[in-house]
Design a protein around this ligand. Structure first.
Ligand SMILES: CC(=O)[C@@H](O)[C@H](O)COP(=O)(O)O
Ligand SMILES: NCC(=O)COP(=O)(O)O
Length: 243
């Protein structure tokens, strides 16, 4: 069987922390648990609005990770400077809109090739492997090749959002063709976004994919699976206080 890697995105551990401004739950600790459970890498998205992951998380993770960091970032001077200072193993360039709930589409490499290629060059110069988060679109894949990024991450969000089986199969076929096309050009291909316990298998079966990055579904599952113990522990503390 051909190996496939799992990058665990811990953004939403940080979402929970930021909701109360506490210092827990800590994405650094979550990353360590994920690595212990078999994660091949840890993904973090330092958004410009700092809604979940904070700068401190990136710097501490750099020192504590045993696997490798995939630093997702918008193509801005601020983020390029941070990446060049931290030097994560991977940077994934993503599109970002302040008002979006999550990343809505792939990076438009065609429309800003010069800017993207310049970012790829700066990050590569710092020894970072660069990936572009793009849609499975031939023109975007060709532009990714022209930018000299060695990796792309194909956006699976649209596939994940579809509920009609026929439409989902058609989207799966579109993703598969795009992934094979990029692989044929010599680009290393990852994929991710919106993948969960119900929709992951057909994507994981596409053998040209090196790694899947998955976050929201894993953190959501962890919250539910851990809830029984969390309630028992709290109740026990309360009962102990009265004994
Ligand atoms: C780029 C991508 O697909 C996601 O990993 C991204 O990190 C989503 O951002 P949120 O974690 O803020 O939803
Ligand atoms: N790049 C995709 C990613 O890191 C995780 O996305 P999601 O599983 O949180 O939707």
């Amino acid at each position: 069987m051909k190996e496939i890697l799992l990058g665990v995105n811990v953004d939403h551990i940080a979402t929970l922390r930021q909701a109360r401004g506490t210092n827990y739950p800590d994405p650094v600790y979550a990353a360590s648990v994920a690595e212990h459970a078999g994660a091949d890498g840890i993904t973090v998205h330092l958004r410009e609005d700092r809604r979940h992951i904070q700068d401190r998380d990136i710097y501490v993770l750099k020192q504590t990770l045993h696997s490798r960091m995939n630093f997702e970032m918008a193509v801005t001077d601020e983020m390029i400077d941070i990446a060049c200072e931290v030097k994560p193993e991977f940077c994934c360039l993503v599109p970002e809109k302040r008002e979006e709930l999550t990343t809505e589409g792939g990076l438009d490499v065609v429309g800003q090739l010069e800017k993207v290629a310049s970012a790829v060059a700066k990050l590569s110069q710092a020894g970072i492997k660069v990936s572009l988060f793009i849609d499975a679109d031939k023109a975007q894949i060709d532009a990714a090749l022209a930018s000299k990024a060695p990796y792309i991450e194909i956006h699976t969000g649209h596939y994940a959002d579809l509920t009609n089986e026929e439409e989902q199969l058609a989207e799966l076929e579109r993703l598969t063709q795009g992934i094979k096309y990029a692989h044929g050009l010599g680009i290393k291909v990852n994929a991710g976004h919106g993948l969960n316990y119900f929709n992951v298998k057909p994507i994981a079966a596409i053998e040209e994919i090196i790694e899947l990055n998955i976050g929201h579904a894993i953190i959501a599952r962890a919250a539910i699976d851990g809830l029984d113990k969390a309630v028992r522990d709290m109740k026990n503390l309360m009962l102990e206080a009265r004994s």
